[in-house]
Write a protein that binds this ligand. Structure first.
Ligand code: KG4
Ligand code: ZN
Length: 338
């Protein structure tokens, strides 16, 4: 069965074709980063308009790449939420319209389910059950994943998501948008022990996170710097490294705690921030404690159509379909999927 996956929940238009028998056949992505960079963040109306421009050409492109025609598609899966309402509507309309035209089923998929299943696109996929640390621009969650659709939220950020904290801190440091990768690149030449920053919520017994205070602490240290211009560049790198290390310490510390509490031995890290090298290095170190760690390949950490095609294929195989009609859920808690 070949599933076309459509992702349009935020600022990336992602299309992919996934075969239940042969795996990923083709995928293509258009990132709107340049479009939004001018404004320092995603402008929802511009995002929707650009998705409309890209959806049809990218669909044609993945069909050409996989050497199939539209009629060879058996089902269409699309991100139905959570995300920007207008952006979600463009993908939902495209999916429902195409599915209707080729007389195939369409299915709305949960964006975060796509992220947490994304490592299953790799050669050595994780088996159920596992703990998922889902770290994106909009969410930071620890989820007990028992089987497809059986998700228990163990903890989440009570304020900024990890990616959001990276982005906001980077913006204040003048690193542009989206700041996560830029801040991380700057951190690679810094000394993470130079600037003392808090490890929020680490001493709390629960599995929740908070990154807003850490962001403020980093910005306060930035504003308080009064060295020379030569010292400034190194200070910026040290501050970036110290910030990154603080985020990683908290994410890994809480994941360890969740592994201990649940008795799970597999850890999946997914979402945009799972592309972070320091986070991956710290997670890899957990293998010494008998934990198996899984991530998506770098290009499938951030938003993409492949994860939506895969999640859709798994649910379609269980006989799930969406009614004809364009319904999206900009707010949609993951644990209501059960
Ligand atoms: O999953 P994603 O593409 O979009 C959402 O669903 O939110 O995640 C995007 C987020 C952004 O906040 C971006 O700054 C962050 O992932 N990100 C990173 C890195 N690459 C992407 N954060 C830290 N280090 C990175 N290497
Ligand atoms: Zn995402």
């Amino acid at each position: 069965m070949i599933t076309l996956g459509i992702e349009s929940s935020c600022d990336e238009t992602g299309l992919a074709l996934y075969s239940s028998e042969r795996g990923l056949l083709a995928h293509s992505l258009f990132s709107q980063v340049d479009l939004h960079a001018l404004y320092g963040g995603v402008v929802p109306e511009l995002a929707s308009r650009d998705h409309v421009r890209r959806l049809v050409p990218l669909t044609r492109q993945v069909c050409e790449m996989a050497e199939i025609s539209l009629e060879d598609i058996d089902a269409v899966a699309y991100t139905a939420g959570p995300g920007l309402a207008g952006a979600l509507l463009t993908g939902a309309m495209m999916a429902q319209g195409l599915a209707w035209a080729i007389e195939r089923p369409a299915l709305g998929v949960h964006h975060l389910e796509g992220h947490l299943l994304a490592p299953m696109l790799e050669d050595e996929p994780p088996e159920f059950p596992f703990l998922c640390l889902l770290v994106s621009g909009g969410h930071t969650q620890l989820v007990r994943v028992t089987s497809l659709g059986d998700y228990e939220l163990l903890g989440e950020s009570i304020d900024d998501a990890a990616g959001e904290a990276f982005d906001k801190t980077a913006k204040m440091l003048g690193l542009g948008y989206p700041g996560g990768p830029a801040l991380s690149a700057l951190a690679s030449s810094g000394d993470a022990s130079r600037v003392k920053l808090p490890r929020p919520m680490m001493d709390r017994p629960n599995l929740d996170f908070s990154f807003s205070g850490l962001k403020t602490a980093a910005i306060t240290r930035y504003k308080a710097f009064d060295g020379s211009d030569e010292q400034h560049a190194q200070f910026m790198a040290d501050l970036a490294a110290s910030f990154e290390q603080a985020v990683v310490d908290v994410l890994i510390g809480k994941s360890q705690k969740a592994l201990q509490e649940t008795g799970l031995t597999r850890l999946v890290i997914s979402g945009g921030v799972s592309a972070n090298r320091q986070l991956r290095a710290a997670a890899d170190a957990l293998t010494a404690e008998g934990v198996q760690v899984f991530y998506p390949r770098l290009e499938f950490c951030t938003d993409n159509g492949a994860m939506i095609a895969l999640a859709g294929a798994q649910r379609l195989a269980r006989g799930e379909v969406s009614e004809l009609g364009v319904k999206v859920k900009p707010r949609w808690p993951l644990d209501t999927l059960n």
